[in-house]
Design a protein around this ligand. Structure first.
Ligand code: SF4
Length: 364
């Protein structure tokens, strides 16, 4: 295999047709490869027995069907699974599979580490290692689905994806969009953008760009604070794009919302920091001022050393929610999943399953 081996999992069906033709093969060989890596979710050429052996050998010399290796797999008491993987150049990648009654969800990472330094997030402690490629994004989902349903089993219709793992998805925008395009193909995984939610810390230009894409995923925005002073401290990206710019971009994006679709604002609830009734009133004012078709997900903070925050109490969360609802803002409380295996929001930092187990990657 050469240094420049092509990662086939990140290629569209058409690209694989061209790839096969480039190898002097008919285009349908490319479609066969696409079906093998996407629909049947095969990760090695040896398993692709519908391809002639000689072709498989040539493929193995020029391309790869998988690049991620699963280092550890943790299963939480609530059935949530966290996969700690490594890229071929040794970067940690984390993916979480969340079983749900009606539809399962895969939460994937867009970057290894994250450059955005949100103060309540453990991933921030890693810093940015690098953005992931489209192939690495698709492969995370393939690995999680294979573990849940078995290799070759049909991907259940309605499977949800959320780009809420490590990293800021809009800083890996091209890879992300490419991966979503590949996964939407009905001859492959067939997970359409309408089943995907991308969560951003507030990269304003990309919110505007996303609005122009016809087949786009849903948008969620992590707010964490109802005013600039507090948000500057909790999410330093706010100094670059403060709340009035962020909300103005949301207003622009609103024109692209489909019937019945809403924005989601995520609000991590930090005990004694951003969870008072006054904060709730400020948040309601902020959202109502912009007349946004939005709902707010209240997410009790997931504690993890060395983060200095504690989750808000249940009573505080309920009181905060009641204030929002009284002001006409739709609010929901999100139950944390997989906290005991460091799989919950803001906890992904290439850790082992136990608090004292060494991290795969050293947090500085
Ligand atoms: S919350 Fe998201 S954007 Fe902020 S540091 Fe963590 S991974 Fe990055």
């Amino acid at each position: 295999m050469t240094e420049e081996a092509v990662h086939l999992t990140g290629l569209s069906r058409e690209e694989l047709e061209r790839f096969a033709e480039g190898m002097g093969e008919p285009a349908y060989r490319g479609r066969q490869i696409f079906s093998a890596v996407q629909r049947r979710r095969l990760r090695s050429f040896d398993e692709m027995t519908d391809l002639p052996k000689a072709f498989r050998e040539r493929l193995a010399a020029e391309a790869v069907a998988s690049t991620l290796t699963v280092e550890s797999r943790y299963v939480a008491a609530d059935g949530t699974r966290r996969y700690l993987m490594k890229t071929s150049d040794g970067m940690p990648v984390e993916t979480v599979f969340i079983p749900e009654e009606r539809r399962d969800t895969v939460c994937f990472s867009s970057q290894s580490g994250c450059p955005l330094q949100c103060d309540f997030c453990l991933t921030a402690k890693l810093g940015l290692l690098r953005s992931l490629t489209a192939g690495e994004i698709v492969e995370q989902i393939v690995i999680a689905l294979n573990d849940a349903y078995g290799v070759g089993a049909k991907t259940p219709r309605g499977t949800n994806l959320v780009a809420m793992g490590a990293g800021e998805p809009f800083l890996a925008f091209d890879s992300l969009m490419k991966a979503l395009g590949v996964m939407a193909d009905r001859e492959g995984l067939f997970i359409v953008p309408n089943r995907v939610t991308v969560s951003t810390a507030g990269v304003v230009p990309k919110i505007k760009e996303l609005a122009t894409i016809p087949e786009r995923p849903h948008l969620a925005i992590s707010l964490a604070a109802p005013n600039d002073e507090l948000r500057d401290r909790l999410m330093p990206i706010n100094k670059r794009w403060p709340l009035h710019e962020l909300l103005a971009a949301c207003k622009e994006f609103e024109a692209s919302l489909r019937p019945g679709e809403r924005f989601t604002f995520e609000y991590v609830m930090l005990d004694g920091v951003n969870d008072s009734d006054e904060h709730a009133r400020q948040l309601a004012r902020l959202l109502n001022r912009h007349h946004l078709r939005a709902k707010v997900n209240l997410i009790p903070h997931n504690p993890a050393d060395p983060l200095p925050y504690r989750p808000s109490t249940e009573e505080r969360v309920e009181s905060f929610k009641a204030v929002l609802e009284a002001k006409g803002v739709h609010a929901f409380v999100r139950r944390p999943r997989g906290r005991d295996i460091f799989a919950a929001c803001g906890q992904l930092a290439a850790r082992g399953g136990e608090p004292n187990r060494p991290a795969l990657y050293q947090i500085s």
